[in-house]
Design a protein around this ligand. Structure first.
Ligand code: MG
Length: 333
Protein backbone atom coordinates (compact mmCIF):
# COMPACT_ATOMS: atom_id res chain seq x y z
CA UNK A 1 0.00 0.00 0.00
CA UNK A 2 1.06 3.58 -0.52
CA UNK A 3 0.30 6.42 1.89
CA UNK A 4 -3.06 7.24 0.27
CA UNK A 5 -4.16 3.59 0.30
CA UNK A 6 -3.27 3.27 4.01
CA UNK A 7 -5.41 6.34 4.78
CA UNK A 8 -8.27 4.93 2.67
CA UNK A 9 -8.07 1.63 4.56
CA UNK A 10 -8.19 3.33 7.98
CA UNK A 11 -11.03 5.58 6.79
CA UNK A 12 -13.07 2.55 5.69
CA UNK A 13 -12.81 1.14 9.20
CA UNK A 14 -13.69 4.42 10.99
CA UNK A 15 -17.27 5.20 11.94
CA UNK A 16 -18.60 8.70 11.34
CA UNK A 17 -21.90 8.11 13.13
CA UNK A 18 -21.60 10.95 15.63
CA UNK A 19 -23.97 13.90 15.53
CA UNK A 20 -21.34 16.45 16.60
CA UNK A 21 -18.88 15.35 13.90
CA UNK A 22 -19.00 17.74 10.94
CA UNK A 23 -15.83 16.66 9.06
CA UNK A 24 -14.02 13.37 9.65
CA UNK A 25 -10.86 12.07 7.91
CA UNK A 26 -10.12 13.73 4.57
CA UNK A 27 -9.42 17.39 5.24
CA UNK A 28 -6.60 19.35 6.94
CA UNK A 29 -8.46 19.16 10.26
CA UNK A 30 -11.39 17.21 11.65
CA UNK A 31 -14.28 19.55 12.50
CA UNK A 32 -16.44 18.99 15.58
CA UNK A 33 -19.35 21.10 16.81
CA UNK A 34 -18.39 23.21 19.85
CA UNK A 35 -21.59 25.22 20.41
CA UNK A 36 -24.32 26.78 18.27
CA UNK A 37 -21.92 29.20 16.55
CA UNK A 38 -18.45 27.64 16.78
CA UNK A 39 -16.54 24.49 15.92
CA UNK A 40 -13.39 22.78 17.15
CA UNK A 41 -10.69 22.03 14.57
CA UNK A 42 -8.45 19.04 15.38
CA UNK A 43 -5.22 18.09 13.67
CA UNK A 44 -2.06 16.08 14.31
CA UNK A 45 1.36 15.96 12.71
CA UNK A 46 4.39 13.81 13.38
CA UNK A 47 8.05 14.64 12.80
CA UNK A 48 10.49 11.71 12.80
CA UNK A 49 14.27 12.00 12.97
CA UNK A 50 15.95 11.10 9.65
CA UNK A 51 12.58 11.32 7.86
CA UNK A 52 11.46 14.90 8.60
CA UNK A 53 14.52 16.38 10.23
CA UNK A 54 18.23 15.84 10.57
CA UNK A 55 19.90 16.74 13.86
CA UNK A 56 23.09 17.67 11.99
CA UNK A 57 21.51 20.90 10.82
CA UNK A 58 18.17 21.32 12.59
CA UNK A 59 18.69 23.30 15.84
CA UNK A 60 16.39 21.88 18.55
CA UNK A 61 14.85 25.27 19.30
CA UNK A 62 13.74 25.66 15.67
CA UNK A 63 12.51 22.07 15.62
CA UNK A 64 10.31 22.91 18.62
CA UNK A 65 8.96 25.91 16.73
CA UNK A 66 8.38 23.82 13.60
CA UNK A 67 6.45 21.22 15.62
CA UNK A 68 3.89 23.90 16.51
CA UNK A 69 3.97 25.68 13.14
CA UNK A 70 3.24 22.67 10.91
CA UNK A 71 0.12 21.97 12.96
CA UNK A 72 -0.89 25.64 13.17
CA UNK A 73 -0.71 25.61 9.36
CA UNK A 74 -3.48 22.98 9.22
CA UNK A 75 -5.64 25.09 11.56
CA UNK A 76 -4.87 28.19 9.43
CA UNK A 77 -5.87 26.35 6.26
CA UNK A 78 -9.42 25.97 7.57
CA UNK A 79 -9.67 29.55 8.79
CA UNK A 80 -9.23 28.79 12.49
CA UNK A 81 -7.29 30.01 15.52
CA UNK A 82 -4.89 27.60 17.31
CA UNK A 83 -5.86 27.06 20.97
CA UNK A 84 -4.60 23.91 22.75
CA UNK A 85 -1.84 21.41 22.03
CA UNK A 86 -0.89 17.91 23.24
CA UNK A 87 2.73 16.93 22.69
CA UNK A 88 4.10 13.40 22.49
CA UNK A 89 7.89 13.18 22.50
CA UNK A 90 9.89 10.01 21.89
CA UNK A 91 13.53 10.57 22.87
CA UNK A 92 16.66 8.36 22.74
CA UNK A 93 18.79 7.49 25.81
CA UNK A 94 20.76 8.95 27.47
CA UNK A 95 18.60 12.07 27.51
CA UNK A 96 20.36 15.11 26.09
CA UNK A 97 19.29 17.73 28.65
CA UNK A 98 20.50 20.65 26.59
CA UNK A 99 18.59 19.45 23.53
CA UNK A 100 15.37 19.06 25.55
CA UNK A 101 15.75 22.56 27.04
CA UNK A 102 16.26 24.14 23.63
CA UNK A 103 13.42 22.14 22.02
CA UNK A 104 11.09 23.21 24.86
CA UNK A 105 12.04 26.87 24.41
CA UNK A 106 11.08 26.54 20.74
CA UNK A 107 7.71 25.05 21.68
CA UNK A 108 7.24 27.96 24.13
CA UNK A 109 8.07 30.79 21.73
CA UNK A 110 5.99 29.36 18.87
CA UNK A 111 3.03 28.74 21.20
CA UNK A 112 3.27 32.38 22.24
CA UNK A 113 3.45 33.51 18.60
CA UNK A 114 0.26 31.63 17.70
CA UNK A 115 -1.50 32.20 21.04
CA UNK A 116 -1.92 28.50 21.88
CA UNK A 117 -1.17 26.45 25.00
CA UNK A 118 0.52 23.07 25.48
CA UNK A 119 -1.74 21.35 28.01
CA UNK A 120 -0.63 17.71 28.06
CA UNK A 121 0.92 14.82 26.18
CA UNK A 122 3.29 11.94 26.67
CA UNK A 123 7.04 11.25 26.83
CA UNK A 124 8.51 7.87 25.88
CA UNK A 125 11.85 6.20 25.15
CA UNK A 126 12.56 5.93 21.45
CA UNK A 127 15.54 3.67 20.56
CA UNK A 128 15.94 4.92 16.97
CA UNK A 129 16.00 8.67 17.45
CA UNK A 130 13.56 11.44 18.21
CA UNK A 131 9.91 11.15 17.22
CA UNK A 132 7.63 14.12 17.81
CA UNK A 133 3.82 14.15 17.52
CA UNK A 134 1.66 17.12 18.25
CA UNK A 135 -2.12 17.33 18.31
CA UNK A 136 -3.42 20.84 17.94
CA UNK A 137 -6.93 21.98 18.66
CA UNK A 138 -8.19 25.19 17.12
CA UNK A 139 -11.52 26.93 16.90
CA UNK A 140 -13.48 28.87 14.32
CA UNK A 141 -16.95 30.26 13.71
CA UNK A 142 -18.86 27.40 12.04
CA UNK A 143 -19.92 29.52 9.06
CA UNK A 144 -16.36 30.59 8.30
CA UNK A 145 -14.62 27.22 8.12
CA UNK A 146 -13.17 26.54 4.69
CA UNK A 147 -12.79 22.98 3.42
CA UNK A 148 -10.95 21.27 0.58
CA UNK A 149 -14.32 20.70 -1.04
CA UNK A 150 -16.14 23.70 -2.46
CA UNK A 151 -13.86 24.67 -5.38
CA UNK A 152 -15.87 25.60 -8.47
CA UNK A 153 -14.97 25.67 -12.17
CA UNK A 154 -13.93 29.23 -13.02
CA UNK A 155 -12.35 29.83 -9.58
CA UNK A 156 -8.91 31.38 -9.57
CA UNK A 157 -6.28 29.27 -7.78
CA UNK A 158 -4.22 31.29 -5.31
CA UNK A 159 -1.10 30.54 -3.29
CA UNK A 160 0.62 32.59 -0.61
CA UNK A 161 4.38 33.14 -0.48
CA UNK A 162 6.86 31.42 -2.79
CA UNK A 163 6.83 27.76 -3.80
CA UNK A 164 9.73 25.35 -3.36
CA UNK A 165 11.71 27.42 -0.84
CA UNK A 166 11.62 24.78 1.90
CA UNK A 167 12.63 22.05 -0.58
CA UNK A 168 15.47 24.26 -1.84
CA UNK A 169 16.62 24.89 1.76
CA UNK A 170 16.62 21.16 2.49
CA UNK A 171 18.62 20.45 -0.70
CA UNK A 172 21.20 23.07 0.33
CA UNK A 173 21.67 21.38 3.71
CA UNK A 174 21.81 17.91 2.15
CA UNK A 175 24.54 19.09 -0.21
CA UNK A 176 26.39 20.84 2.61
CA UNK A 177 25.92 24.35 1.22
CA UNK A 178 25.35 26.00 4.56
CA UNK A 179 25.67 29.47 6.11
CA UNK A 180 25.41 31.33 2.79
CA UNK A 181 23.76 34.65 3.49
CA UNK A 182 21.94 34.93 0.14
CA UNK A 183 20.13 31.65 0.95
CA UNK A 184 18.98 32.67 4.45
CA UNK A 185 15.27 32.68 3.49
CA UNK A 186 15.61 29.16 2.05
CA UNK A 187 17.24 27.79 5.22
CA UNK A 188 14.52 29.50 7.29
CA UNK A 189 11.74 28.07 5.09
CA UNK A 190 13.00 24.56 5.89
CA UNK A 191 13.99 25.04 9.55
CA UNK A 192 11.39 27.49 10.84
CA UNK A 193 8.28 27.79 8.61
CA UNK A 194 5.56 30.26 9.57
CA UNK A 195 1.89 29.24 9.55
CA UNK A 196 -0.39 31.71 7.75
CA UNK A 197 -2.97 31.99 10.52
CA UNK A 198 -4.02 35.61 9.96
CA UNK A 199 -4.27 35.08 6.20
CA UNK A 200 -6.35 31.93 6.69
CA UNK A 201 -8.81 33.78 8.91
CA UNK A 202 -9.02 36.70 6.49
CA UNK A 203 -9.68 34.38 3.54
CA UNK A 204 -12.29 32.44 5.51
CA UNK A 205 -14.05 35.79 6.04
CA UNK A 206 -14.59 36.20 2.28
CA UNK A 207 -17.68 34.44 0.92
CA UNK A 208 -16.12 34.14 -2.54
CA UNK A 209 -13.25 32.01 -1.21
CA UNK A 210 -14.70 28.56 -1.86
CA UNK A 211 -11.99 26.12 -0.73
CA UNK A 212 -8.68 26.18 1.10
CA UNK A 213 -5.87 23.89 2.30
CA UNK A 214 -2.20 24.24 3.19
CA UNK A 215 0.72 23.11 1.05
CA UNK A 216 2.63 20.32 2.77
CA UNK A 217 3.32 17.75 0.03
CA UNK A 218 3.85 20.02 -3.00
CA UNK A 219 1.14 21.78 -5.00
CA UNK A 220 0.88 18.90 -7.52
CA UNK A 221 -0.29 16.47 -4.85
CA UNK A 222 -2.10 18.97 -2.63
CA UNK A 223 -4.09 20.54 -5.45
CA UNK A 224 -4.97 17.02 -6.65
CA UNK A 225 -6.43 16.32 -3.18
CA UNK A 226 -8.41 19.56 -3.24
CA UNK A 227 -9.71 18.80 -6.75
CA UNK A 228 -10.70 15.27 -5.82
CA UNK A 229 -12.66 16.53 -2.80
CA UNK A 230 -14.33 19.19 -4.97
CA UNK A 231 -14.85 16.88 -8.02
CA UNK A 232 -13.17 19.37 -10.34
CA UNK A 233 -9.91 19.64 -12.28
CA UNK A 234 -7.30 22.39 -12.35
CA UNK A 235 -4.97 24.07 -14.79
CA UNK A 236 -1.76 25.50 -13.32
CA UNK A 237 0.14 28.08 -15.37
CA UNK A 238 3.86 27.37 -15.26
CA UNK A 239 4.74 31.03 -15.89
CA UNK A 240 2.67 32.19 -12.92
CA UNK A 241 4.23 29.93 -10.25
CA UNK A 242 5.83 32.21 -7.64
CA UNK A 243 9.49 31.20 -7.45
CA UNK A 244 11.89 33.43 -5.52
CA UNK A 245 15.22 34.71 -6.80
CA UNK A 246 16.99 32.77 -4.04
CA UNK A 247 15.32 29.52 -5.18
CA UNK A 248 16.28 30.17 -8.81
CA UNK A 249 19.87 30.82 -7.72
CA UNK A 250 20.02 27.67 -5.57
CA UNK A 251 18.54 25.58 -8.39
CA UNK A 252 21.19 26.82 -10.78
CA UNK A 253 23.94 26.02 -8.29
CA UNK A 254 22.54 22.55 -7.50
CA UNK A 255 21.44 21.73 -11.08
CA UNK A 256 17.80 21.34 -10.07
CA UNK A 257 14.64 22.32 -11.93
CA UNK A 258 12.96 25.26 -10.15
CA UNK A 259 9.56 24.29 -11.59
CA UNK A 260 9.96 20.75 -10.28
CA UNK A 261 10.82 22.07 -6.79
CA UNK A 262 7.91 24.51 -6.90
CA UNK A 263 5.41 21.87 -7.98
CA UNK A 264 6.67 18.78 -6.13
CA UNK A 265 8.70 20.20 -3.23
CA UNK A 266 7.14 19.58 0.18
CA UNK A 267 6.75 21.56 3.40
CA UNK A 268 5.97 24.99 1.98
CA UNK A 269 3.21 25.46 4.57
CA UNK A 270 1.75 28.19 2.42
CA UNK A 271 -2.00 28.46 1.83
CA UNK A 272 -3.65 27.22 -1.35
CA UNK A 273 -7.17 28.55 -1.92
CA UNK A 274 -9.68 29.03 -4.71
CA UNK A 275 -11.99 32.00 -5.16
CA UNK A 276 -14.29 33.49 -7.75
CA UNK A 277 -12.71 36.24 -9.85
CA UNK A 278 -15.01 38.81 -8.17
CA UNK A 279 -12.89 38.50 -5.00
CA UNK A 280 -9.57 39.28 -6.69
CA UNK A 281 -9.22 42.90 -5.56
CA UNK A 282 -10.35 42.08 -2.01
CA UNK A 283 -7.79 39.29 -1.80
CA UNK A 284 -4.99 41.52 -3.15
CA UNK A 285 -5.90 44.22 -0.57
CA UNK A 286 -5.68 41.66 2.25
CA UNK A 287 -2.29 40.49 0.93
CA UNK A 288 -1.01 44.08 1.03
CA UNK A 289 -2.40 44.68 4.52
CA UNK A 290 -0.77 41.51 5.89
CA UNK A 291 2.36 42.01 3.79
CA UNK A 292 2.07 38.52 2.28
CA UNK A 293 2.83 37.87 -1.37
CA UNK A 294 -0.24 36.32 -3.03
CA UNK A 295 -0.35 34.92 -6.57
CA UNK A 296 -2.96 33.54 -8.92
CA UNK A 297 -1.37 30.38 -10.33
CA UNK A 298 -4.19 28.92 -12.39
CA UNK A 299 -7.85 28.12 -12.70
CA UNK A 300 -10.28 25.43 -11.54
CA UNK A 301 -11.79 23.63 -14.53
CA UNK A 302 -14.29 20.85 -15.20
CA UNK A 303 -12.78 17.36 -15.17
CA UNK A 304 -10.53 15.56 -12.74
CA UNK A 305 -6.90 16.19 -13.66
CA UNK A 306 -4.39 18.74 -12.43
CA UNK A 307 -2.63 19.95 -15.56
CA UNK A 308 0.49 22.09 -15.77
CA UNK A 309 0.15 24.41 -18.74
CA UNK A 310 3.30 25.80 -20.28
CA UNK A 311 3.19 28.54 -22.90
CA UNK A 312 6.52 28.62 -24.70
CA UNK A 313 8.10 31.83 -26.03
CA UNK A 314 7.49 30.64 -29.61
CA UNK A 315 3.75 30.46 -28.82
CA UNK A 316 3.58 26.66 -28.68
CA UNK A 317 1.86 25.06 -25.70
CA UNK A 318 2.59 22.05 -23.55
CA UNK A 319 0.33 20.25 -21.07
CA UNK A 320 1.51 17.85 -18.38
CA UNK A 321 -0.77 15.92 -16.02
CA UNK A 322 0.50 16.36 -12.46
CA UNK A 323 -1.83 14.45 -10.14
CA UNK A 324 -0.25 12.89 -7.05
CA UNK A 325 3.40 13.46 -7.83
CA UNK A 326 4.42 14.74 -4.41
CA UNK A 327 5.98 13.02 -1.45
CA UNK A 328 4.56 9.65 -0.40
CA UNK A 329 6.09 8.07 2.73
CA UNK A 330 5.48 4.53 1.46
CA UNK A 331 6.23 4.71 -2.23
CA UNK A 332 8.83 2.21 -3.42
CA UNK A 333 12.09 3.94 -4.23
MG1 MG B 1 -2.50 20.14 5.68
Amino acid sequence: MNEREIIECITKHSSTECSDLIQSIGDDCAVVKKDEENVWLLTMDTLVESVHFNLAWHPPELLGRKTISVNASDIASMGGTPRFALLSLGAPKPVDDEWIHAFSRGIETASRDYGCFVIGGDTVYSPYGYSISLSLIGEAPATKVRYRHGAKPGDQIWVSGYLGEAAAGLELYQQNRVSMEHYSELYAAHLDPVARVELGKAMAGLKQVHSMMDLSDGIATDLAHLCKRSTVGARLERQRLPISTATLLACEELSLSPVSLAVRGGEDFELLFTASTAAEQNIRDIGHRLNIHLSVVGEIIEGENVVLHDLNVDGSQHFEILSYQGFDHFRDE
